[in-house]
Design a protein around this ligand. Structure first.
Ligand SMILES: NC(=O)C1=CN([C@@H]2O[C@H](COP(=O)(O)OP(=O)(O)OC[C@H]3O[C@@H](n4cnc5c(N)ncnc54)[C@H](OP(=O)(O)O)[C@@H]3O)[C@@H](O)[C@H]2O)[C@@H](O)CC1
Ligand SMILES: [K+]
Length: 530
């Protein structure tokens, strides 16, 4: 599972690599810079645009100088600038400065504002000012350089980090951070990239495997992970030939109120669509016909006329998803409180169930261990109060989940799943999911997975992953705006198929060409799945 390592661990990985792998730091930097050069070269293919490389005087700047040298040697139109960041220059920065000189290139020093080079919007900027070593907010000349880059409208590629962005704490001066278009970050994902407060500093990013010591990374302890397909796929359980619906549990969804029956409809439909053996909706009477007609595959139990009051469930439920569209009517609050006092079944709590708990936090003590809470940020704020910044928010998330031994899915662009003090960030999804009912569907998916005996932690991770994946797969025929919550359910099959599909074999370009440009295809038939 991709670990998100701390700055300290990354420097230690660096040292371990040099120590154990018989490679000098200058060679490691050469390797890293070459990978970045290759990334650029693969995309530009010799394009004669101007590439302006801005270097600091630490090792991030050293990476920039390696990139500059390789680009120059491949005939690119490169302008290299060094920003005077003080008297310290790292040893490998200086070595690479000399290597650049050896091929006849003198990097321009920027020592004052009047020396800022003109940058056109047609240029490409490589930002190699600061990386892991940023120790304070950029000021004076460096801030001016960053503002100059940001004002240029050029395509900005940041090396390791957008300069000015801290790896593990909040930015204090939002204008002294490079606004990258893309960032090539080294070895592991960085926590900073997953936080909404840093949304403007890099539109996209990717991890370059720079070959840091695998043993160190394997043994490194962390509480932050980014979930990819390879982490979810092994959880999937194939159905046996003789299996029957009784083996796949009974999910109950409690919720709905007059005018909000759509939420339960979506939740129950998602629960049955993800494979729950049986699904029952426990709803107010006003929604009876609506839900029976909309989701004929499920059963229905009714409560009071227009909102939930009695919570009198007559089913042997495997799991109960509760709260969607439920409202916070005084009788609902009363009934819900009594329900929590009696209930022993694992829960998935969403929407109004969370809103009611927010007003009486003592209720959290009644939530069974390993239940799943699925708040969006506003609901989470109601539960834990305001946070100072996104790092503080994550701290609150870990601590609430740990304190009550529950799993919390904090929804967002990188939904964070908190379990036993650790955070697991989801990597799938896009803004199409910002649509009404999207959360109701997620509640149904997680509930339906728990019904099938997936551990609630597994169900949360797999549910969030698949939910996100549907939005990616749908973009072949839809756009963000036209994607609606029902589409998530419609695309669940595709998301599961995608999960099980073997990755196409990557054929090196030369080999592919020699085979008459045949593209690598996924294996066919039963071999398609593993
Ligand atoms: N990890 C790896 O495995 C590998 C890492 N590699 C690369 O190394 C990068 C890390 O390099 P790094 O440690 O030299 O730090 P870097 O970001 O260049 O800056 C440090 C310099 O900037 C200065 N400085 C800081 N803030 C400042 C400010 N606001 N205003 C002014 N000055 C400021 C700071 O000064 P000081 O704080 O000491 O006063 C120091 O002089 C990493 O991101 C990656 O690109 C790869 O090449 C190889 C594998
Ligand atoms: K940088």
């Amino acid at each position: 599972m991709p670990k998100i390592l701390s700055v300290k661990q990354l420097y230690a990985a660096d040292t371990a690599t040099v120590k154990k792998n018989d490679i000098s730091f200058i060679d490691l930097m050469e390797h890293v810079g070459t990978l970045c050069f290759q990334w650029i070269h693969d995309r530009l293919q010799g394009d004669p645009i101007t590439i302006q490389i801005f270097c600091g005087t630490g090792n991030n700047g050293g990476d920039g100088l390696v990139i500059a040298r390789h680009l120059k040697q491949y005939g690119y139109n490169v302008k290299t600038h060094i920003i005077n960041c003080g008297n310290d220059r790292s040893e490998v920065f200086l070595k690479n400065y000399d290597r650049l000189k050896e091929i006849g290139v003198w990097a321009e020093m920027i020592t004052c504002e009047s020396e800022l080079p003109a940058v056109s919007e047609n240029d490409m900027v490589v930002d190699a000012i600061f990386g892991l070593g940023l120790s304070r907010k950029p000021e004076n000349l460096i801030k001016k350089v960053i503002e100059h880059i940001n004002g240029s409208n050029a395509f900005v590629l940041s090396i390791d980090f957008p300069s000015g962005l801290y790896a593990e704490k909040s930015v204090t001066d939002t204008v002294s951070v490079v606004k990258a278009y893309h960032t090539l970050t080294f070895q592991t994902p960085k926590l900073a990239f997953l936080l909404p407060e840093n949304r403007y500093y890099t539109k996209t990013w990717e991890v370059l495997d720079i070959g840091l010591d695998a043993e160190y990374i394997y043994n490194a302890k962390t509480d932050n992970y980014l979930l990819y397909k390879q982490d979810i796929k092994p959880m999937y359980r194939f159905r046996e030939k003789f299996s029957h619906k009784g083996e796949f549990g009974h999910a109950v969804i409690i919720g709905g109120s007059y005018g909000k029956m759509g939420a339960v409809t979506l939740s129950t439909k998602a629960a049955i669509s993800i494979g729950s053996g049986l699904v029952t909706a426990h709803i107010p009477q006003c929604g009876y016909q609506i839900i029976q007609t909309s989701v004929p595959e499920i059963m229905v139990e009714v409560d009071a006329e227009n909102e939930m009051q009695k919570f009198d469930i007559n089913i042997n439920a495997t799991v109960i998803g509760i709260g969607v569209g439920m409202g916070t009517h005084i009788e609902t609050v009363k009934g819900f409180t009594e329900f929590l006092n009696k209930n022993k079944v694992p829960l998935v709590l969403d929407a109004d169930a969370l809103n009611i708990i927010s007003k009486n936090k003592e209720l959290l003590k009644l939530v069974p261990e390993n239940s799943v809470l699925t708040p969006h940020p506003k609901e989470f704020e109601r539960l834990v109060g305001k946070w100072k910044n996104d790092y503080d928010k994550l701290k609150k998330l870990r601590s609430l989940s740990k304190k009550h031994k529950i799993i919390i899915v904090l929804k967002g662009a990188y939904s964070a799943i908190a379990h036993e003090g650790a955070l697991f960030f989801n990597s799938t999804g896009n803004p199409a999911l910002s649509t009404a009912g999207s959360g109701d569907v997620l509640t149904g998916i997680i509930t339906g997975l728990i019904a099938q005996n997936y551990h609630p932690f597994e169900a949360a991770k797999m549910g969030v992953y698949l939910h996100g994946k549907t939005s990616e797969l749908a973009m072949k025929t839809k756009v963000y705006e036209t994607f609606i919550a029902s589409d998530i359910i419609d695309y669940l099959s595709s998301a599961i198929m995608d999960l099980l599909m073997k990755e196409p074999k990557v054929v090196p370009q030369k080999e592919a060409e020699s085979k008459n440009d045949k593209k690598a295809k996924p294996d066919e038939g039963t071999e398609m799945y593993i």
